[in-house]
Design a protein around this ligand. Structure first.
Ligand code: RAM
Length: 507
């Protein structure tokens, strides 16, 4: 089956659209406490006509780009009788440009930092072979035998998002929502390469948690059905008996996934991705083809509930849920399971798999009831319980609501109270996506709009061209890799505001 799934993935390899973006706008960065991470930038002119060793400038491409860079090196007067040595440094945000990359102290491999020293043997066009994700490019002349001119800097943008499919928002749409939608769309488009990458600067891999949010948002933006299909087939090729799907995979130079990268909630979210896909595109053939893989995830989760009827973790498997200090995850994972089960029940019924649908429906009812009894604390009006060491998190409340354990006014009061009283709050835009989903499920449209404007809107106000991997208001230097230099500033799981705006907020 693996070969079959890989073949299907190959058949759905997306076509890259190539657009050119040029710049000769030179900017200067400066320290300013009021700017994002304390660094601002301002336009100061264009590239000098003549450059000598020691000269350096920062180009601004005006927006986040993903693609390959080219430029021209020419003599000013005399023949260049030695190579020209240049240093190029790429950054998604001004803060990166303010840092000397050799000072990086983070935990991930520093080779993700986008920096090159190149030697140009002959003048003319220089085409850089690698792909970069950036808005800013610093060029430093390290050595040249004579004065040189550098010009025609341009990026051949790569994405498989067909931006002509994106409908304009209706006139009169709240201007902040228009801005948020634009940044969301840029974020998604720049992550749409040969798979839905999590971040085009760092990781560049396919994670099932990110995939779900991307494919969902894509269904209201560029509608690249093939890409969603391809990614689901790639995951299908990783299925092993008695295990969940891996949380992430690499597809180059050949399919690979890390056995130690098992994330149970992400595996369940894979099933949700297939359910969304069928709902949004109505492609029954693919849904039937991948149904067994999706069913395996929920069936496995169903088989590992403990004697109290609460989900457990397979040996060696973790849960992600969110990046939030000290977060306990059992209640939330139970919610993810119920959320996936409800969607799978519908998919099974739509595909004529009545036996499965009935089985899922039955389990859904029993498990919801049980979760309410065992995980909910009436006195505290919250899902606070021994399974999570009595921890009070927004995440647990959100997932119990999405899992259908509580609903209506009771759920609203649980959610609203958690915003004020929980000690663990969402840390990633990924988790904020599910907070938004919970609000929409409870019919809290106005609150959801306000929530989006305050959370994603704050990133826009801080100058985001694309949405970030992590954002916690008031903690701009926050990172999960020790050094924020390697945070990803165009991150897939942050792209979903467009989904809510286009599906629910406009008429
Ligand atoms: C990080 C990435 C990715 C996410 C995982 C769990 O490595 O940000 O997007 O899905 O964590």
């Amino acid at each position: 089956m693996k070969d079959y799934y890989l073949k299907k993935a190959d058949e759905n390899m997306p076509v890259q659209t190539n657009r050119i973006k040029a710049s000769d706008t030179v900017v200067e960065i400066y320290e300013d406490e009021s700017k994002h991470m304390g660094i601002g930038f301002k336009t100061v002119g264009t590239i000098k006509d003549e450059l000598v060793p020691g000269d350096k400038f920062i180009l601004d491409f005006g927006d986040h780009c993903v693609g390959k860079l080219s430029f021209k090196v020419n003599r000013v007067k005399t023949y260049l009788d030695a190579p020209v040595k240049l240093k190029l440094k790429f950054g998604e945000i001004p803060y990166e440009m303010s840092r000397d990359f050799s000072t990086f102290y983070g935990t991930l491999c520093q080779s993700w930092l986008q920096e090159e020293i190149i030697y140009v043997d002959y003048e003319g066009l220089v085409e850089m072979p690698r792909r970069y994700a950036f808005r800013f490019l610093e060029v430093e002349v390290l050595a040249t035998p004579r004065k040189i001119r550098l010009s025609e800097f341009q990026v051949k943008i790569t994405t498989c998002a067909d931006e002509s499919n994106m409908e304009p928002l209706p006139e009169g749409t709240d201007p902040m929502l228009v801005k948020i939608d634009k940044v969301s769309a840029r974020t998604l488009a720049d992550c749409m390469q040969e798979v839905y990458e999590d971040g085009p600067k760092r990781d560049r891999r396919l994670w099932s948690g990110d995939l779900r949010v991307q494919a969902l948002t894509d269904s209201v933006l560029f509608k690249n059905k093939e890409l969603a299909k391809r990614c689901m087939y790639l995951f299908a090729a990783c299925q092993k008996d008695g295990q969940y799907l891996p949380g992430c995979l690499y597809y180059k130079p050949e399919l690979f996934y890390d056995e130690g990268m098992g994330i149970s909630d992400y595996a369940l979210i894979y099933a949700v991705t297939l359910c969304d896909y069928y709902e949004n595109y109505g492609d029954k053939e693919t849904a039937l083809d991948l149904y067994p893989i999706a069913a395996k995830q929920v069936d496995l989760a169903m088989s590992i509930h403990d004697e109290d009827g609460i989900i457990t973790f397979l040996d060696g498997w973790v849960a992600f849920i969110d990046w939030a200090e000290g977060i306990k995850k059992r209640t939330a994972v139970q919610g993810v399971y119920l959320y996936a089960l409800e969607k799978m029940e519908k998919l099974a019924r739509d595909l004529g798999k009545t036996e499965d649908a009935d089985r899922y429906a039955k389990h859904l009812e029993i498990t919801r009831k049980n979760a309410y009894e065992k995980l909910f604390c009436k006195e505290k009006n919250a899902f606070i319980n021994k399974y999570d060491d009595e921890q009070y998190s927004v995440q647990a409340q959100v997932w119990m609501i999405l899992g259908g354990v509580i609903c209506g006014e009771e759920a609203k009061s649980v959610l609203k109270q958690s915003f004020e009283k929980a000690t663990v709050i969402p840390g990633t835009p990924y988790m904020h996506h599910y907070v938004m989903e919970a609000m929409m499920k409870l019919g809290m449209k106005d609150e959801a709009i306000a929530y989006m404007k305050s959370y994603w809107g704050e990133m826009v106000e801080l100058g985001a061209d694309t949405f970030w991997e992590v954002h916690v208001p008031g903690k701009q230097m926050l990172t999960h890799m020790k050094d924020p230099l390697l945070n990803s500033w165009c991150h897939a799981w942050s792209c979903s505001p467009s989904y809510f705006i286009r599906k629910y907020f406009i008429d």
